[in-house]
Design a protein around this ligand. Structure first.
Ligand code: ME8
Length: 513
């Protein structure tokens, strides 16, 4: 039997100069949703997240906090791990760039680039932003309060020092070919166009080492030089896949990665530098970089200085984990910017979850519990109306899957909730409560049909709301090994005749205190 197809998805690795906030939680959540979806859909998944611990920014933050760099890294990296557990992420690996496996991997990639003739020693004279850990050309800079700043608004400093360079300028044509021939390597399309026009504007060779700080991975054979933090950081994706052991089963299976998920702020590094480094080392680049949008808070940019950073721990405490997971993925078309708005969160919880899905499940299952002696009834002869709604739920997976293939996350949820709404229409239209006395067999058929719809919906929403979906599936007594997407559709109907437990509501209304 052929093995399962593989799927490798990565989050950015987060800088340890900052504590985790909603933006970090968002990116990893999107990956968690996709990873869980793929696992249920029969893929062998590797889902990677972690922390980016080297570079000048972290070195300076540690100094400011009166700690050694590794003390700061240990502390903040641990906080990111806690967030990952708290948010119920299903990552398979959590990488830290201070690990030995990563040093070996970076040095191997460097050596390969050098052997292939893509790295040379020269002198760098130009602008650098420590906050962005990025080099900027004179033409890219802007003015703020009489000072030169990066296009991101970050301060820049003039740097002049000996540096190794990567021959990025030699990769313009190959990169453009790469975007052209493989049309979905960068999504959304608007982002791809952004990267293409940057490349068309001409590429300068990239400084890839520094001598003015120590906190990083030394260049093999010349440890006066520390690797540029982005070459170090990007390589994490290969380290976790087993690089430099390219013959290993893991590397063979999972490389090239299927998706590097990133925020739009770090698109250039992933869609331009990273494929160029890899092609220069004779390694296939990832199949896709997806750049999502940014969250604002009640219309304002989220920033430490404005004091409006949203703490994911706090909002989950207030609204509930699955509720926050659902809101973040449903509210904003994935790829666009979004605004975190309290009222919008409450509306989603009360309308989509409590009213639409919660009520449907609670009303129908309680009715079975009360009116059918707590035993799941068998359906009688199905009417056309029953058949229509069952056909709609049976054919949901391919539609949802099509959205997942292009990371249209909110659309995938919208599609499921359209069916929830139709199912509510079905339930209300059939009035099972009125059938108890007049036609109990018909009542049983309607209730069974509704329970079967809930079974399929609960299976489909496991990636977004794993705990709530599990509660629904437990109420329907679905065994653990019958919760995969292979159980969707008409071939695996809900069993009849089992005894139910008294159903408990899964999606409470949110009442503002
Ligand atoms: O850039 N809205 O790390 P970082 C949405 N270490 N997403 C946001 C966000 C917001 N307001 N703020 C942050 C780095 N993010 C590098 C990455 S990868 C090889 C190295 C998310 O800690 C978004 O995914 O600054 C963004 O790309 C990432 O956090 C930046 O995290």
């Amino acid at each position: 039997m052929p093995g399962k197809p593989s799927f490798y998805i990565t989050t950015p690795i987060y800088y340890v100069n900052d504590i985790p906030h909603i933006g970090h939680a968002y990116t990893t959540l999107a990956c968690d949703y996709l990873a869980r979806f793929k696992r249920l859909d029969g893929f062998d998944v590797m889902f990677l997240t972690g922390t980016d611990e080297h570079g000048q920014k972290v070195e300076k933050s540690a100094e400011a906090a009166g700690m050694t760099p590794i003390e700061l890294c240990d502390k903040v990296s641990q906080r990111f791990r806690e967030l990952a557990d708290f948010m119920n992420y299903s990552h398979d690996d959590f990488i830290r760039t201070t690990e030995e496996r990563h040093k070996i991997s970076c040095q191997a990639l460097w050596t390969k680039l050098e052997e292939n003739g893509h790295i040379y020693l020269d002198k760098y004279a130009g602008w650098y932003s420590v906050r962005d850990e990025a080099f900027y050309g004179e033409g890219e800079l802007e003015e703020k309060d009489g000072e030169k700043v990066a296009p991101t608004g970050a301060p820049v400093e003039w740097v002049e020092e000996e540096s190794y360079f990567f021959r990025l300028s030699a990769w313009e044509d190959r990169l453009l070919e790469f975007y052209e021939n493989l049309p979905q390597t960068v999504l959304p399309n608007s982002r791809k166009n952004e990267v293409k026009s940057f490349v068309k504007g001409g590429l300068r060779d990239l400084s890839v080492s520094r001598t003015s700080f120590k906190w990083g991975i030394p260049v093999p054979g010349n440890d006066k030089h520390i690797m540029y933090v982005w070459i170090d950081a990007l390589t994490n994706y290969m380290t976790a896949a087993g690089y430099p052991d390219m013959d290993s089963e893991k590397f063979q299976k999972f490389w090239p990665a299927d998706i590097h998920m990133v925020g739009k702020d770090i698109l250039r590094f992933h869609a331009l530098y990273w494929p160029a480094f890899l092609m220069a080392a004779d390694i296939d680049p990832a199949k896709r970089v997806f750049a999502h949008g940014w969250w604002t808070n009640e219309g304002q940019k989220i920033s430490k200085s404005l004091g409006n950073v949203i703490d994911p721990f706090q909002i989950v405490e207030e609204f509930g984990l699955d509720q926050v997971r659902y809101f973040l993925m449903r509210e904003v078309p994935f790829g666009n910017d979004g605004d975190f708005n309290r009222q919008a969160m409450i509306n989603r919880i009360n309308s989509d979850l409590a009213n639409d899905l919660g009520n449907l499940a609670q009303r129908s299952l309680s009715m079975i519990f009360k009116n059918c002696d707590g035993v799941m009834p068998s359906p009688g002869k199905l009417t056309d109306t029953d058949k229509d709604i069952l056909t709609a739920v049976d054919s949901l997976l391919p539609k949802v899957r099509d959205h997942i293939e292009v990371q249209a996350i909110s659309k995938s949820l919208e599609t499921i909730w359209k069916l929830v709404s139709d199912a509510n229409g079905y339930f209300a239209g059939q009035e099972p409560w009125a059938l108890k006395k007049t036609d109990p067999d018909r009542m049983a058929t309607v209730l069974y049909t509704t329970a079967e719809i809930i079974r399929q919906i609960a299976i489909l929403i496991q990636p977004i709301m794993p705990d709530s979906a599990a509660k629904l599936l437990d109420q329907l007594k679905i065994p653990a090994d019958e919760r995969g997407f292979d159980q969707l559709g008409g071939d695996h109907r809900l069993a009849s005749g089992f005894e139910m437990d008294k159903p408990e509501g899964v999606f409470p209304r949110f009442v503002d205190q």
